[in-house]
Write a new protein. Structure first.
Length: 65
């Protein structure tokens, strides 16, 4: 599952997690209430996107870094 070709860089992973931790839809510092995922797992995978309505918070976070 976490083969290097399927994962984002450590820097992008950190940016994605920062976006999740500042999101009002995060519950218990682990679960996205929009999609039900455990963000520490999903944020590592290249093929996953933030489900926030109208705005991919991960894209914005990675563009800012």
């Amino acid at each position: 599952m976490f083969a290097s070709d399927r994962c984002v860089s450590d820097g992008e992973y950190d940016a994605r997690l920062r976006a999740c931790f500042s999101c009002p839809k995060l519950q218990g510092d682990t679960t996205c209430t929009l999609c039900g995922c455990i963000v520490q797992i999903t944020a590592k995978l290249k093929d996953k996107r933030c489900p926030y309505p109208g705005q991919d918070r991960w894209f914005v976070a990675s563009s800012a870094s």
